[in-house]
Design a protein around this ligand. Sequence first.
Ligand code: SAM
Length: 204
Amino acid sequence: MSPRRGGLGSPKGWPEGVVYLHAPHYSKTLTDDANKALRFSSKELLNTEQVYKTKGPYANVKVTPISSPSHPANGQYGLYATQHLAPDTFVLPYLGYVHDPTDLDEKSDYDLSLDRDHSIGVDASKMGNEARFINDYRGVSTCPNAEFRDILVDVGNGNVEKRMGVFVLNAGKSGKRAKGVAKGEELLVSYGKGFWNERLGTDD
Ligand SMILES: C[S@@+](CC[C@H](N)C(=O)[O-])C[C@H]1O[C@@H](n2cnc3c(N)ncnc32)[C@H](O)[C@@H]1O
């Protein structure tokens, strides 16, 4: 079944034309191996592995139009904290269309790697949640304040799913990021040099 556009359960101000997801949308082309790597019984986990419970819309963040001429993504959207977020805090999962290379949109600017061993990505270009609006720190701030990490999510009935999560960066060895993310601050990650090199058509 295809997810519905916007509508019930989307956060206030959610832009038209993008489907708001409460859970990943899995491509039908995923192999059994890929599905097993992403969705499995919690009995297969080690006792030490942390499992998150999570449900959108996420009140700790707000999708906000950018109207500052000095912001490199002016005219687009960004994701801002609605409350103080301490270092290392889990903020929200990155949801989208979970796909393998046979089902890849090479032009997407919203595609994140989910499982390198099985070449699986999660693409939020057409469907996703608030996390799809996180911008890169370049030209906005001197450094990122958040990052993507692998997470396991409890989906009920004794099952877990592997997803990507957005976290506030840790405080750092010297404690330079001990303040975390302030209320009203934009969440910014590093997309990595590869993202920008590919856009600019350069190799280094
Ligand atoms: C994952 S989207 C981020 C959300 C996007 N701003 C939006 O409103 O949909 C990635 C796109 O945002 C823009 N972007 C993000 N960070 C940027 C930055 N630091 N400088 C310029 N553009 C940026 C680029 O257009 C990029 O392709």
